[in-house]
Design a protein around this ligand. Structure first.
Ligand code: CP
Length: 536
C-alpha cells in the first residue's frame, strides 16, 4: 500500500493491519518497554520514518489532521514541511494545482498529505505526479544525469464532501478500543450516524466501510441533511442494515453503542438553511444523555465542534464520561504514524491491492459461412463499404451520432429511428456510416455506454465482413462530465478528463466518478446532456 486516497480503495485486511500497527505504536509510546515493538517490526518506533520527508499541502483549514500528521512525522524521526492554506502559495497568482503539486514531487518529498475543498483532487494529484515523474525521468536521461525520485505517496487529508480516510482509520481504531473494552469487536457494532450525513466526509468515509464490518447504522439528522437515496440504496444492496430516525436523535442514540456526531458543514451548504432549526434538532446535551441512563452510547465526533453557530455537542457535555471526542482525536497520532510507516514501506504490509483493468473489449459475433449480405429492406443498403451500428435503444441514435462526432465530420451518414426490431421484439435506432471508416477506441467506449447491446457491422463490397459487440471495461475516460459540480474534474483551470469506474453494465449502466466517487448513471447523463462529444 503506497497511498491512501479513499476508504473504498482498501480492504478490511489492510484496515485491520493499520489498526494493529497503530495499537502497537500506542502501547510502545506509553511504555514501559520498547523491546517487543522492535522485535516485531525490526525498527524502533521513533525511527520508523527516519530519512522520510513529508509535505502537508492544505488548501482548507485544519487543526487536527495537519498538525497530527506533522507531529507523527517528527515523533517517528522524519522531516516535514508544507503549507496550511493556499494564501501561502502561488495558487494565489493563478497557478494550477497540478503545477503546485508537481513542485513538491520535484523536490523529492516521499509523501504528500493533501486537503482540498474540491472532491477528487488527491486522486488527480497522484495521476498528474505520475506523469510528471516520467517526464522528469526522461529529461534527466536525455541530459545524461541520474534521477532517483519516486512518485510521492498521496494521503488524502479530506477532499470536500467526499472522503477523509485517515480520520476514518482513527475513528475505527477508537471504536475498536471501545468495543474491546466491552468484550466485543468492531464487527457488528450499532452505530448512530448523526447530524450532517449529507455533506460530511467523515461520515461518508464510515459509510463506505460499513459493509466490511457489518455495522448496523442508525441515522438521525435535521431536514435535508440526511443520507441521499443513492447512499441508502447502495448500503442496502451491500446488505447493511439501515434504520432512519429522521429528526429523532434520542431514539437513534438509544439503539446504538457508539454515537458518531458531526458538525453541520455550513461552508459546503447552500444559502437559505435555517441554522437555528439545525441547532435545535441536532444539539446533544447533558439532559438527553441523562435521559438515556447507563446505556447511553459512547459519544464520538471528528471535531472541530462549531461552538459559534451550532454547539452540536453542548458545553455541559464536556466532562461527561461517555464523551470520548478528545480521546478519539488523540488517537490520530498513532494511526498516522502507522499509516505513514506502511505507505513509506518501513513497516511490512504483505497485503496487495488489486489494480483494475482498463478499456473496452470487442466481442466478435460469428458471421454466416457465406459472409452475410447486408440485405435489410427497412434500413436500406450500404453500397460498397461502410459501418452499420444496429440495435441502438430507440430514440438514442441521433444523440449517439452526435457523441461519436459524426455530426462534426464530413462523413455521409443515415440515422433511422424507431425501427421495428425482430431481435429485441420492440423498437431500435440504427446509424449507418457510408465509406471507409474506422471507429476509434473513444467511439467504441461511447457506443458501449449509450448502446450497450448495439451490434456493429463492417461492410465491404456490400458484404458484412465483420460483426461485433462492445463490452465496457472497468473504467471509461473522457466520455461523461461528472455530475458533481464540486468535483476536481469540473475545475476548468486544471483541464482534467473526467473518468468513471463502471460498476454495472446493461440497460442503465451504473458509473462512479473516479475522482470524487459520486455515483452516476448513463440515463442521468443522457437526460442532463452530460456526454462529451468526441472532437469538440
Ligand atoms: N477532524 C478533522 O479533520 O479536524 P481538522 O479539520 O481540524 O483537521
Amino acid at each position: 500500500m503506497q497511498d491512501l486516497i479513499s476508504m473504498r480503495d482498501i480492504s478490511k485486511e489492510e484496515i485491520l493491519n493499520i489498526l494493529e500497527v497503530a495499537g502497537d505504536i500506542k502501547r510502545v509510546i506509553h511504555g514501559p518497554t520498547t523491546d517487543s515493538f522492535s522485535k516485531k517490526y525490526g525498527t524502533e518506533w521513533s525511527k520508523i520514518l527516519e530519512g522520510i520527508s513529508v509535505a502537508t499541502l492544505f488548501l482548507e483549514n485544519s487543526t487536527r489532521t495537519n498538525y497530527s500528521f506533522r507531529a507523527a512525522v517528527v515523533k517517528a524521526g522524519g522531516t516535514v514541511d508544507g503549507f496550511p492554506t493556499q494564501d501561502h502559495t502561488s495558487l494565489k497568482k493563478g497557478e494550477t494545482w497540478a503545477d503546485t503539486a508537481s513542485m513538491f514531487a520535484g523536490y523529492g518529498y516521499d509523501a504528500l498529505v493533501i486537503r482540498s475543498t474540491e472532491e477528487g483532487l488527491p486522486r488527480w494529484t497522484k495521476e498528474i505526479l505520475t506523469q510528471n515523474n516520467q517526464q522528469l525521468s526522461n529529461q534527466h536521461q536525455e541530459f545524461g544525469i541520474p534521477f532517483s525520485y519516486k512518485v510521492p505517496s498521496i494521503i488524502n487529508g479530506g477532499d470536500g464532501k467526499n472522503q477523509h480516510p485517515s480520520q476514518c482509520l482513527l475513528d475505527l481504531f477508537t471504536m475498536q478500543e471501545i468495543a474491546r473494552s466491552q468484550g466485543k469487536e468492531l464487527d457488528g457494532l450499532d452505530l448512530a450516524l448523526l447530524n450532517d450525513i449529507k455533506h460530511g466526509r467523515t461520515i461518508s468515509s464510515l459509510i463506505s466501510v460499513a459493509n466490511l464490518f457489518n455495522f448496523r447504522l442508525h441515522f438521525a439528522y435535521p431536514n435535508r441533511f440526511g443520507p441521499t437515496e443513492d447512499v441508502v440504496k447502495e448500503l442496502r444492496e451491500k446488505g447493511v442494515k439501515v434504520q432512519d430516525y429522521e429528526t429523532d436523535f434520542t431514539e437513534a442514540l438509544r439503539n446504538s453503542s457508539i454515537a458518531y456526531h458531526s458538525r453541520p458543514q455550513k461552508e459546503r451548504v447552500g444559502q437559505g438553511e435555517d441554522f437555528e432549526a439545525i441547532k435545535r434538532i441536532g444539539q446533544i446535551n447533558r439532559s438527553i444523555y441523562d435521559s438515556l441512563g447507563k446505556n447511553a452510547p459512547f459519544l464520538m465526533h471528528p471535531l472541530p465542534i462549531d461552538a459559534e453557530t451550532f454547539a452540536e455537542i453542548s458545553e455541559d457535555m464536556r466532562d461527561h464520561p461517555k464523551n470520548v471526542t478528545k480521546y478519539q482525536s488523540s488517537n490520530g497520532l498513532y494511526v498516522r504514524i502507522a499509516l505513514l510507516g506502511i505507505c513509506a514501506g518501513r513497516i511490512d504490509s504483505e497485503i496487495k491491492t488489486e489494480t483494475a483493468s482498463i478499456g473496452t473489449t470487442l466481442e466478435e459475433i460469428a458471421l454466416h459461412e457465406h459472409r452475410q449480405k447486408l440485405d435489410n429492406p427497412v434500413s436500406g443498403y450500404i453500397r460498397n463499404s461502410g459501418i452499420v451500428i444496429d440495435h441502438i435503444p430507440p430514440g438514442m441514435g441521433r444523440r449517439l451520432a452526435g457523441v461519436l462526432g459524426l455530426e462534426a465530420q464530413e462523413v455521409r451518414k443515415v440515422i433511422s429511428d424507431y425501427l421495428p426490431s425482430s431481435k429485441q421484439g420492440g423498437l431500435k435506432d440504427l446509424v449507418k456510416i457510408h465509406g471507409n471508416y474506422e471507429l476509434t477506441s473513444e467511439q467504441h467506449d461511447a457506443i458501449a455506454l449509450i448502446a450497450p447491446h448495439a451490434t456493429i457491422n463492417v461492410i465491404d463490397e456490400n458484404v458484412v465482413t465483420r460483426k461485433y459487440q462492445i463490452r465496457l471495461g472497468q473504467n471509461v475516460t473522457g466520455r461523461i462530465v461528472c455530475v458533481n459540480d464540486g468535483c476536481i474534474s469540473n475545475v476548468e483551470k486544471e483541464g482534467i478528463q473526467p473518468k468513471h469506474y463502471i460498476e454495472q453494465t446493461g440497460e442503465n449502466t451504473k458509473l462512479r466518478c473516479q475522482y470524487c466517487e459520486v455515483p452516476d448513471t448513463v440515463d442521468k447523463a443522457y437526460k442532463q446532456n452530460r456526454f462529451v462529444y468526441i472532437g469538440e
